[in-house]
Ligand binder design. Structure first.
Ligand SMILES: CCCCCCCCCCCCCCCCCCCCCCCCCCCCCC(=O)SCCNC(=O)CCNC(=O)[C@H](O)C(C)(C)COP(=O)(O)OP(=O)(O)OC[C@H]1O[C@@H](n2cnc3c(N)ncnc32)[C@H](O)[C@@H]1OP(=O)(O)O
Ligand SMILES: NC(=O)C1=CN([C@@H]2O[C@H](COP(=O)(O)OP(=O)(O)OC[C@H]3O[C@@H](n4cnc5c(N)ncnc54)[C@H](OP(=O)(O)O)[C@@H]3O)[C@@H](O)[C@H]2O)C=CC1
Length: 418
């Protein structure tokens, strides 16, 4: 502690819980109280030049247009911190929806409270806040496509590529504000420099977002994910990668029943019959729970102003603009998404490119199974219908006699020609 206090020049405060479903108590402890404690610690660092707090562009996701300012919270963070000390878990759980109001989860809510704490308790510290949007794999450094966790889109890319995720409730034309992690790091370092050297009078907030500079939509992103998974498939896929966006509750429920639950149940039945432990319904349950917490962000578009970020870009020398590049206008989304999917394959799934021919062969086998299964299903349904309905029987007899007549006609005409 003594060494940290006496030697630290710049604090980059990234630690947080990013789980959307964390209990309010835990999220407050990590995202609000810990921020307060770190500020207190920072105030005892004589050599400190700058304190950079990492928040999220979604800390005010209850608003549609978000400026680079701190918005007031409905309840004072100090009151929330105090109440967590004496309320028991059951009561905290009960009052959570009332406290978080129109924030979709405890994560975004406590990140907003964390910003307010930074604002209120900055004292004489030289502070800035960086708000990244949805952090994705690297764009350039150390190499394209590097990723090390399943947060944000990465987990859903795996689920899509492996053929588990077939439908996602989302708006294909909604803005997908993804930002590569190396861009976030470059901007954060540049903010550290600017805050330490220029010492702005007030706390500046920097939006680290892409949509203002180079917008992309979920439809385009989803399309490129599928195209890459088709070109360079993941190994041992459950089904061929195919997915679509659904737009209302009924189609979502239909897709969940037919495309998610039915194959999982059938596969588990097959596992049971072959003496193995069923696992697909459990996995599907987990996937759909994950999808349900993420889909809020795929159904809406936000606008973030980026005046401070643009100002910072113009303050950097041409050499620093190159080294600490955060200008996403140069980013080619299709190339980026392809590298992202390949990065997921390599760094998360630990799959080698040498396995691609076998993975393609596996997809061809899955396609044949799919055709066979559909044909069998159709024949069974048709047989049942014929057994029960006179009209279906008549249609069937009509089709059979028509086929018979056609065959007789072609036979007769070919023997006449001979
Ligand atoms: C007109 C044009 C038409 C065009 C049409 C074209 C059509 C084209 C076709 C469309 C194709 C569609 C393809 C779809 C492709 C998908 C791409 C879309 C992705 C969208 C993603 C949006 C993400 C938005 C995120 C916004 C974030 C805001 C930014 C931030 O500040 S926060 C950081 C982000 N935080 C997270 O992501 C955390 C999320 N995780 C959680 O909240 C929790 O972990 C949980 C998921 C709720 C689960 O919690 P539990 O308590 O149940 O368990 P635990 O946490 O222990 O985890 C259990 C296991 O689950 C794994 N896991 C965790 N997160 C994910 C995840 N994101 N995805 C998958 N799996 C996850 C975790 O690893 C555990 O696994 P285990 O260790 O093996 O048990
Ligand atoms: N991922 C995203 O899309 C976005 C993330 N952010 C923000 O970026 C920051 C980093 O997030 P991300 O990298 O995605 O998340 P991770 O969960 O990967 O990283 C969180 C970090 O916090 C540390 N941490 C968690 N709990 C504690 C604790 N009690 N004491 C000390 N350290 C702790 C973790 O350390 P350890 O590894 O040792 O557990 C880890 O290094 C967060 O502030 C998040 O809000 C903002 C916008 C988007």
């Amino acid at each position: 502690m003594q060494e940290l206090l006496s030697c630290t020049n710049v604090v980059f405060h990234c630690a947080a819980t990013v789980r959307f479903n964390d209990s309010l108590r835990h999220a407050v402890q990590l995202n609000v109280t810990a921020t307060q404690k770190l500020l207190l610690m920072a105030s005892q660092m004589p050599k400190l030049e700058a304190f950079i707090h990492i928040s999220t562009a979604f800390s005010n996701c209850n608003l549609q247009h978000i400026d680079e300012v701190i918005y007031p919270c409905p309840v004072e963070p100090k009151k929330i911190i105090d109440s967590m000390e004496w309320l028991d878990d059951a009561i905290v759980e009960e009052i959570t929806p009332k406290l978080i109001r129109d924030w979709p989860n405890t994560y975004t809510y406590t990140k907003a409270l964390g910003e307010m704490v930074v604002h209120q308790e900055s004292g004489n510290l030289n502070i800035a806040i960086v708000r990244p949007s949805i952090v994705g794999a690297t764009w350039q450094e150390p190499f394209p496509g590097w990723v090390d966790n399943v947060n944000g889109p990465s987990g859903l890319i795996i689920a899509t590529g492996k053929g588990f995720l077939r439908a996602l409730r989302g708006a294909p034309m909604a803005v997908a504000d993804l930002i590569p992690v190396d861009t976030v790091v470059n901007l954060t370092l540049a903010v550290g420099w600017y805050t330490a050297v220029h010492r702005p009078k007030s706390t500046l907030i920097y939006h680290c977002t892409s949509s203002n500079f180079n917008p992309c939509h979920w439809g385009k992103m989803g399309f490129q994910i599928l195209a890459t998974c088709e070109k360079i498939p993941f190994e041992r896929a459950f089904r061929r990668p195919y997915a679509d966006f659904t737009t209302n509750t009924i189609t979502t429920q239909y897709q969940n029943a037919v495309s998610h639950w039915a194959p999982a149940i059938i596969y588990d039945l097959y596992l049971r019959l072959t003496g193995r432990k069923p696992r697909m319904t459990k996995l599907m349950n987990r996937l759909l729970r994950t999808v349900s917490v993420l889909e809020y962000f795929v159904n809406r578009s936000w606008e973030w102003s980026t005046n401070n970020t643009e100002m910072l870009m113009s303050e950097l020398s041409p050499e620093d603009q190159r080294v600490f590049n955060f200008d996403v206008r140069q980013l080619n989304w299709l190339e980026y998404i392809e590298n992202y999917v390949l990065g997921v394959k390599k760094y998360l799934l630990k799959e080698d490119m040498a396995g691609v021919p076998e993975a393609k062969q596996h997809l061809r086998r899955l396609r044949n199974i799919h055709y066979l299964f559909n044909t069998a299903l159709f024949l069974i349904a048709w047989r049942l219908l014929i057994a029960r309905s006179q009209m279906a029987r008549n249609v069937w007899l009509f089709i059979v006699s028509l086929c018979y007549k056609c065959i007789s006609y072609f036979r007769a005409s070919s023997s006449l020609k001979a």
